[in-house]
Ligand binder design. Structure first.
Ligand code: C2E
Ligand code: MG
Ligand code: MG
Length: 402
């Protein structure tokens, strides 16, 4: 189903009695809802930008109660049924019961009215800031779906530097969303939103597709060995049924050598360890290693390291930023590195911005550095042309002289 609809004045969006397959958010223009009740025709109002129509039917699946007709040229975004139901079903059970009971009462009330009684408007405009925030979120989610459909997400590649070898060994794939009229939306914002619903699954597939495409192209250009590219996955994506099999199947279909594709686990509440461990084992056996992302902050805690076997540990950028603040901060970095090595994992330090940081990391035996000193996340073309240019050169991909 099209996520966006453009209507000319007079065009019908849906008719009374049609199945309620989605709700619509009016982006611009005006849409009127009119129902025929017995012998009377009732208007339920004219809806403009930022207003939602047809959402009640999404909750209980009853057919459209009115016909929606554009009164001026209009643009609308579809809010799919899954998008609503998923939130409702994963929400607080008490709230869910309240919504169900309210809806049943409304429906019963409507059914008990004489056929010529005027129905109240199905949908009301909201000017409450909290509801506004809700509408904004609904809109952002619908726009994200649209971006997925239309290829509006971009994947950028930030280099990861092999400190001892003095060259770029690989990249981390970072997704970007350029939203018309709003500019770049930070992944911190839309990944969180996507994680609230199963939208994170197609976002992950999108990124994975792009990354495998880039690696395949590099191989086609004769780049050997291939750089490794790390894809971020949230814990939720990781335990999505079939996810691991799909990652492995895609890597194998593209005939990628072991280690060319890596996975970084972000947002590490880590749900349940047993399924995560099973997924990790399956991927590892098929040449796809794992990194624990943002170690040392947020949800990332020692239990993850105790329960799961990571090949790489990415030390959060906060540590590089503060390592010269005090000897205590430095000792913490050293201790994290020693612990990671003790567990057989290699260390990647994030957020390396200065030569002093890099030099110190080299001294304490950190294997990899990532950060603005090496390079910011760059578009696909930069990776393709950069890797091709370095092909065959001795000491390939050298960027920061020792
Ligand atoms: P992350 O995986 O920890 O990615 C590193 C973040 O640090 C990136 O931000 C990167 O641009 C930023 N960064 C790198 N080097 C430096 C530096 O030297 N200084 C500073 N100040 N920042 C640096 P970005 O691209 O905004 O991504 C934010 C987060 O969004 C990522 O954190 C990751 O958790 C998440 N993310 C990005 N792409 C994806 C994706 O495709 N899937 C999932 N699930 N999450 C993603
Ligand atoms: Mg990451
Ligand atoms: Mg990180």
């Amino acid at each position: 189903m099209a996520v966006r609809r453009e209507l000319f004045a007079g065009e019908v969006l849906f008719r009374q009695g049609d199945p309620s397959d989605c709700a619509w958010l009016v982006e611009s223009g005006q849409v009127e809802l009119v129902s025929v009740q017995g012998r009377r025709t009732a208007s339920h109002g004219v809806f403009g930008a930022g207003e939602l129509i047809g959402e009640l039917g999404l909750i209980d699946g009853t057919p459209r109660a009115a016909t929606a007709t554009a009164r001026a040229d209009a643009a609308l975004l579809a809010i799919e049924r899954d998008q609503f139901l998923e939130r409702l079903q994963s929400g607080d059970p008490i709230l869910r019961t309240l919504v169900d009971s309210l809806l049943q009462r409304i429906r019963a009330l409507v059914a008990s009215l004489p056929t010529d009684a005027l129905l109240p408007a199905e949908d009301v405009a909201c000017d409450d800031p909290i509801e506004r925030a809700g509408i904004d979120k609904i809109r952002l989610e619908a726009q994200l779906r649209e971006a997925l459909d239309s290829g509006g997400l971009e994947v950028r590649y930030q280099p990861i530097y092999d400190i001892a070898a003095g060259r770029v060994a690989g990249y981390e794939a970072l997704v970007r969303w350029e939203l018309p009229g709003r500019g770049a939306v930070s992944p911190a914002e839309f990944i969180t939103l996507a994680e609230e619903t199963s939208l994170i699954v197609p976002v992950g597939e999108y990124v994975l597709d792009r990354v495998i495409g880039v690696l395949t192209e590099l191989r086609g250009q004769g780049v050997d060995p291939l750089p490794s590219v790390a894809v971020n996955l949230s814990a939720r994506q990781l335990v999505e049924p079939g996810m691991a099999r799909q990652v492995v199947a895609r890597a194998e279909a593209a005939q990628l050598p072991p280690g060319a594709l890596k996975l970084e686990v972000t947002e590490s509440r880590m749900l349940d360890y047993a399924p995560v461990a099973a997924v990790m084992t399956h991927c590892r056996e098929h040449g796809v290693p794992f990194a624990l992302d943002d170690f040392g902050t947020g949800y990332s805690n020692l239990t993850h390291l105790h329960a799961l076997d990571f090949e790489y540990i990415k030390v959060d950028q906060a540590f590089a930023r503060h390592m010269f603040d005090s000897s205590r901060a430095m000792r913490m970095v050293e201790a994290i590195v020693a612990m990671s090595h003790g567990l057989g994992a290699k260390v990647i330090c994030e957020g390396v911005e200065t030569r002093e940081q890099l030099a110190r990391l080299r001294e304490i035996g950190v294997e990899y550095a990532q950060g603005y000193l090496i390079g910011k996340a760059a578009p696909t073309e930069a990776v393709l042309s950069g890797e091709a240019a370095r092909r065959g050169e001795a000491g390939a991909r050298e960027v920061v002289p020792a």
